[in-house]
Design a protein around this ligand. Structure first.
Ligand SMILES: [Zn+2]
Length: 307
C-alpha cells in the first residue's frame, strides 16, 4: 500500500503520521516537544522520528506543517516574520526531501490544518472554506475553489486572528489594537473565565470545559460571560465572511468540545449580521479531523498532488 507522511510541528507537541489514499491515519504519534528538544539537535530528532514512523512502509511523499510564514518556493520558515521559530531560515523542504528520499512540502500550520479539513474533514464539498482554530493564538486559513488562498505575499488568509474587533482595545503584539486573538483565542477565553468567575480560578481541570458545563446547566452568571464571548467571536467571523465569502466556516481547537453550547448562539448572531446571499447561507461547523488535520493536510499538500 502506498502511504503518505505528514508531520505537524506545534507549540507543545510534534504530531506525525502515515496516511492512506483516503486520508485515514494508519499510524499516528504525538511526542512532547520538550522530549524532542532534550533528545539532541532538533532537526536530527525530527528526522529520526520521521524515519521511525516510515520504517518498513512504502511512503511516496511527505510534508511538514510549522508555525510562521513559510516561503513555499524555498520550503523555509521566513526569519523576518517567523521570529521565534526554532527552525527559521533552515532549508526544511530540501533537508527532508534529501534525507528521506521523497518529494516533500513545508507550509504554515494553520493552512495545512485548513487543507486537511477541506480534503477529508468538515470542509469537504464546500466551495470556499474559512477555517479558524482557537488555540494559544488564532490560526486562520482559507481554501477557495480547491486552492489554498495565499494572496500576494503568501500571508493571505492567515491573519484572521489579527482582524481588529475594537480599535480602542488593548495593543496586540502585532501593533494593532483590539485584535480578535486577544479576546477569542483559547488562552484569552480561559483568562476571561478566570477573571469573571474567581471560583474557577484554581479549578484543577480545563477551566473552559468546566465553564461551559455551567453554561449548559443554565447558570445565569456564566451565561452572561458566554454571551460576551459569542458576541466577540461573531464579530470576528462576520469580518472573515465579508472578506472571503465562504459557504462554510470550520472552527477548531479544544473549545469545540463545547460546540453544542457555543455554536447555536454563534450561528444565530452571524446569520443575523453577515451580509450573504441568501442571508444565513454560511454554515459554521466544528473541525472533524482536529488533531490530525495539519499532518493530513501536509501529507496531501497541493504541491504534492501530482504524486
Ligand atoms: Zn494583532
Amino acid at each position: 500500500m502506498m502511504l503518505r507522511f505528514g508531520m505537524d510541528f506545534g507549540g507543545t507537541n510534534l504530531k506525525a503520521g502515515l496516511f492512506d489514499e483516503n486520508g485515514h491515519a494508519t499510524a499516528f504519534k504525538t511526542t512532547p516537544l520538550q522530549q524532542l528538544v532534550a533528545s539532541g539537535p532538533l532537526l536530527t530528532a525530527l528526522l529520526d522520528l520521521a524515519r521511525e514512523i516510515m520504517c518498513g512502509h512504502r511512503v511516496v511523499a511527505g510534508g511538514l506543517a510549522i508555525k510562521g510564514l513559510v516561503d513555499l518556493e524555498s520550503g523555509t520558515v521566513r526569519e523576518d516574520i517567523g521570529a521565534g521559530s526554532l527552525l527559521a531560515s533552515v532549508p526544511l523542504r530540501d533537508f527532508f526531501s534529501a534525507s528521506l528520499g521523497i518529494p516533500f512540502a513545508v507550509d504554515n500550520d494553520a493552512r495545512a490544518y485548513a487543507w486537511g479539513e477541506w480534503l477529508f474533514g468538515a470542509g469537504r464539498g464546500s466551495r470556499t472554506m474559512a477555517c479558524m482554530t482557537l488555540g494559544t493564538g488564532i490560526g486562520c486559513a482559507v481554501v477557495s475553489h480547491g486552492v489554498p488562498y495565499t494572496g500576494t505575499d503568501q500571508y493571505g488568509g492567515l491573519l484572521g486572528g489579527h482582524l481588529s474587533i475594537d480599535r480602542n482595545g488593548p495593543i496586540c503584539p502585532c501593533g494593532q489594537r483590539g485584535c480578535l486573538e486577544l479576546y477569542c483565542s483559547a488562552t484569552a477565553l480561559r483568562q476571561r473565565v478566570r477573571e469573571a468567575h474567581p471560583e474557577l480560578q484554581h479549578h484543577p481541570g480545563d477551566v473552559l470545559e468546566q465553564f461551559f458545563l455551567g453554561v449548559r446547566d443554565g447558570l445565569a452568571r456564566y451565561g452572561e460571560t458566554c454571551d460576551a464571548m459569542v458576541e466577540d467571536l461573531a464579530t470576528g467571523i462576520v469580518n472573515i465572511i465579508h472578506a472571503y465569502a465562504p459557504d462554510v466556516v470550520v472552527l477548531g481547537g479544544g473549545v469545540m468540545k463545547s460546540a453544542d453550547v457555543l455554536l447555536p448562539p454563534l450561528t444565530a448572531l452571524v446569520h443575523q449580521r453577515a451580509w450573504t446571499f441568501p442571508r444565513g447561507m454560511v454554515k459554521i461547523v466544528p473541525a472533524s479531523l482536529g488533531d490530525t488535520a495539519a499532518a493530513t493536510g501536509m501529507a496531501f499538500h497541493h504541491r504534492l498532488e501530482h504524486i
